[in-house]
Write a protein that binds this ligand. Structure first.
Ligand code: FES
Length: 74
């Protein structure tokens, strides 16, 4: 799936769900790590998450793309 993000899209998780994807998520606040996904490209956090995802991953509930980005479905 390809989707174009804009500021009204919200977080990467919001954008994915608006496109009909069902992705794992729980707290939606950067606390639990459930939404961690492998990304290829740069992301920026809207709020600093309390858990640090592994290298190459981002917390979709708290981040937005900073450039062209590919998100792998886990
Ligand atoms: S849903 Fe909990 S950190 Fe994203």
């Amino acid at each position: 799936m390809t989707a174009k993000w804009n500021p009204e899209s919200g977080t990467l998780l919001d954008l994915a769900q608006d496109q009909g994807l069902t992705l794992p998520a729980s707290c939606r606040a950067g606390v639990c790590g459930t939404c961690a996904a492998t990304v290829h490209g740069q992301t920026a956090y809207l709020v600093d998450p309390l858990v640090e995802p592994r290298d190459g991953q981002a917390l979709l509930c708290s981040s937005v793309p900073a450039a062209d980005l590919v998100v792998e479905e886990n």
